[in-house]
Design a protein around this ligand. Sequence first.
Ligand SMILES: C[S@@+](CC[C@H](N)C(=O)[O-])C[C@H]1O[C@@H](n2cnc3c(N)ncnc32)[C@H](O)[C@@H]1O
Length: 227
Amino acid sequence: MELRHKPLGGLHQPPGHCSGGHLDQPRLHKYAAAIWFLGQRRRVYDRLIALSGARKGDTVLDVGCGTGYLTQRAAHAVGPRGRVVGVDPAAPAIAYARSVSPPNCDFHVAGGEAIPEPDASFDVVVSSLAIHHIPPQERPVALGEMYRVLGPGGRLLIADFRPPRNRAVNRLIGALSGPAMQHNPIDQLAGLVTDAGFEVSGSGDRWPWLRYIQAQRSSGASGISQR
Ligand SMILES: C[S@@+](CC[C@H](N)C(=O)[O-])C[C@H]1O[C@@H](n2cnc3c(N)ncnc32)[C@H](O)[C@@H]1O
């Protein structure tokens, strides 16, 4: 089945490439995400934040933050003494995220390939459903940036789309969203993380069709936050 206009395809252009586009319609994305997660998005994202190891008072970076949903869940976890920064190249998504996020959140219009933050300035980096939007040749650069901005011992949690193993469901995903999701090379993610210098500490699958990787920047000096 091949639909001419793919309902979830606006984010995943250009067609034929296994990378995606930018989130230019934040309100539409909000409703699409609510449907995609069957109303369970908060529970799923809170679990991702728990897996990231973010604690009260931490500084957290959310790469490819879109409308800032994961950013807000991270802000909840780190509390008012913590700080969360979201980066995304889509200006409309960042404007929306700013308008709905608590005061301990800050945002930049920027891609993961060039994060406008100093070296070693975060305790935790998180990213959800964004890596497959970064052009394949830029993914190592983005992982390198995540490594650069994490302090020694800093923690990384990346969750991205895992194409369904069921062939019929996989083809349906392709028809609805295009090849970036249908053929997302999720099995390469751990290698990308390792190549950037991280030590992978865990991985797993989460409903709905998410694969996460937990990793750490090797520790040397003390962490960022004063605990
Ligand atoms: C499916 S949305 C996920 C948004 C958010 N993380 C979430 O879980 O709701 C993918 C996001 O990746 C962003 N994106 C596209 N290219 C990017 C890049 N080079 N670096 C970082 N994010 C990018 C898009 O603008 C979009 O907001």
